[in-house]
Design a protein around this ligand. Structure first.
Ligand code: PEP
Ligand code: MG
Length: 579
């Protein structure tokens, strides 16, 4: 039995078999062949290409029905690359002319192709190098007889615990469709988008379990404790029994919480509090209705752009938004405009920051990217406006850092409204437009933003990242992540005050809003709208129902005034323990 520690990013306990995703590049042997073996080697290469084609076709035919349509296009792209002469024929010349073994010939040709793609001006084509390398590696593994049946996330993972070096947000979406029991990565921070998705999935997950892919073997029995951040490899029988008991206790607690679903969310002294849900894809609305959220406070639209080689056009976006709006039947749906860039990339979107990606989180991300590339933004604005005719749609702009950006977006919205009106398309001319306060500059100047916005929503994930200068995906600095840092609390308090002064609502949609350790403090600071992953909603609701607001307000003032960090933490703890 071996115990490994990491950062628990989504609580719960999973017991199951390991599925280790090996994505390292295979080692390639290099040798010169005698002339009389060259034709056999060419034949060996051809057979491997044919097997790769069969594998891809098999995967293509077994994509789960619930998976997004885009997955099929990725496989199609791989099939096309495999058919291309540059991959399927050029290596045979290297075998014949230079007497290379098949693996070496393929690696040489593949690397050359990749460097050609890397130099391409067009970011879309440049991104294709990933596909070329994946296809070449697939053939290589077959040649090396080391091909694993499902090294890509492509099904047959149900009930298993996935272990990977890292998972992109796009990978994590695929996990969603494969009913995995839990996942673990070697690297990653607690507020990375991958971690956020795990919480939305409601499955236990750990990140920063260093070397997990080395210590765990495929098929090994594992226990994952998502709350404590513990991974137990090959547990003894008695430990399994203890954890099964804890699983039962957690299930019981969940059933108790479920009884709160239909009750009104008001504090003991009668103040209504709105608890809304964060979603990534239209399918997430099932989880939203299960917990009877008051609406969607953050719809991360960029996920519609992932795991596909192309971009969704206006109509496809419109259909996705309307699906959510209709399902919410009159409840508010806050659609955030595209927040691509940094750790969220889309194969089909040309992300100019790729060219200067030394610091992508500070680069052309979110609204900056949209204003830079109006061809990306205009169809989305039109789609959101058109969806606004079907319910209570609100539009939210991410990453605002100065007022000029806001005015440029508002101008574009007006322009799109005029276009839609001319075309006789329906939309709500009074659709509320809000801004995310997630860059310190916007929080400090929130009193200047507020008069021009219909609402503000505090994005603590980025606000903390930028205020404390810690990359949210870098586990080496995740120990500095601290929502209770006085600077963070001051910025939150400032924003809530600015909203009140301007008479507009202020919500919070970062992970802090769904973390019960901060619920009382945030209530005390005057926050009345919380948006979070659906699985976090009922625990937060329980706390709201038990809270006396005026008492919390008094304590929150003491917290803001605390001059000593230990004192601050003690005060918050005392609030949480009801003193
Ligand atoms: C945030 O930054 O807090 C937020 C809600 O947005 P995202 O996590 O998608 O960056
Ligand atoms: Mg953000």
């Amino acid at each position: 039995m071996l115990t490994l520690h990491g950062t628990g990013v989504s609580s719960g306990i999973a017991i199951g078999k390991a599925y280790v995703l090996h994505r390292e590049r295979p080692e390639v042997p290099e040798y010169v062949l005698p002339k009389h073996l060259l034709e056999d080697e060419v034949q060996r290469f051809r057979v491997a290409v044919e097997s790769a084609r069969e594998q891809l076709t098999h995967i293509r035919e077994h994509i789960p029905r619930s998976a997004p349509a885009e997955i099929a296009s990725i496989i199609d792209t791989h099939l096309l690359i495999l058919q291309d002469k540059m991959i399927s024929e050029a290596p045979t010349e290297l075998i014949r002319n230079r007497q290379y073994n098949a693996e070496w010939a393929l690696r040489t040709q593949g690397d050359q192709l990749i460097s050609v793609f890397e130099q391409m001006e067009d970011p879309y084509l440049r991104n294709r190098k990933v596909d070329v390398s994946q296809v070449a590696d697939r053939v290589l593994r077959i040649l090396l007889a080391a091909e694993e049946e499902h090294e890509q996330i492509s099904g047959a993972l149900e009930g298993q615990i996935v272990i990977a070096n890292d998972l992109s947000p796009a990978d994590t979406v695929l996990l969603k469709h494969n009913k995995v029991a839990a996942f673990i990565t070697n690297v990653g921070g607690p507020i990375s988008h991958t971690a956020i998705l795990a919480r939305n999935l409601g499955i236990p997950a750990l990140v920063a379990v260093h070397n997990a892919t080395r210590y765990v073997r495929d098929g090994e029995e594992l226990i994952v404790d998502g709350k404590l951040g513990v991974l137990i490899v090959a547990p003894e029988k008695q430990v399994i029994t203890e954890y099964k008991q804890r699983q039962k206790e957690i299930a019981l607690l969940r059933r108790e919480l479920a009884m709160l679903t239909q009750s009104h969310t008001v504090t003991r002294d009668g103040t209504p509090i709105a608890l809304l849900a964060n979603i990534e894809l239209p399918d997430d609305i099932k989880a939203v209705s299960k917990v009877a959220a008051a609406g969607v406070g953050l719809y991360r639209t960029e996920f519609l752009f992932m795991n596909r080689p192309d971009l969704p056009d206006e109509d496809e976006q419109f259909r996705a938004y309307v699906k959510v709006v209709k399902a919410l039947a009159g409840k508010p749906v806050t659609i955030r405009t595209l927040d691509l860039g940094a750790d969220k990339s889309a194969d089909g979107a040309a992300l100019p920051h790729d060219k200067i990606s030394t610091n992508p989180a500070l680069g052309l991300r979110a609204v900056r990217l949209c204003l830079h590339d109006a061809s990306l933004f205009r169809p989305q604005l039109r789609a959101i406006l058109r969806a606004s005719a079907y319910g209570d749609v609100r539009m939210m702009i991410p990453m605002l850092s100065n007022l000029d950006e806001l005015f440029r977006v508002l101008d574009l919205v007006q322009e799109m409204e005029a276009e839609l009106a001319r075309a006789g398309q329906k939309f709500n001319p009074d659709m509320p437009i809000g801004g995310m306060i997630e860059v310190p500059a916007a929080a400090i100047a929130s009193d200047l933003f507020a008069p021009h916005l219909d609402f503000m929503s505090i994005g603590t994930n980025d606000l903390i990242q930028y205020t404390l200068a810690i990359d949210r995906v870098d586990d080496a600095v995740s120990y500095l992540y601290d929502p209770l840092h006085p600077s963070v609390l001051r910025l939150i308090a400032m924003t809530i005050r600015a909203g009140k002064a301007a008479g507009i609502p202020v919500a919070m949609c970062g992970e802090m809003a769904g973390d019960t350790r901060y619920t009382r403090l945030l209530l005390g600071l005057g926050l009345s709208e919380f948006s979070m992953h659906p699985s976090g909603l009922l625990p937060v609701k329980k706390i709201v129902l038990e809270s006396e607001l005026c008492e919390l307000e008094r304590h929150a003032e003491e917290v803001l005034a605390a001059r000593d960090l230990r004192e601050l933490h003690n005060l918050v703890e005392r609030m949480n323990n009801g003193h």
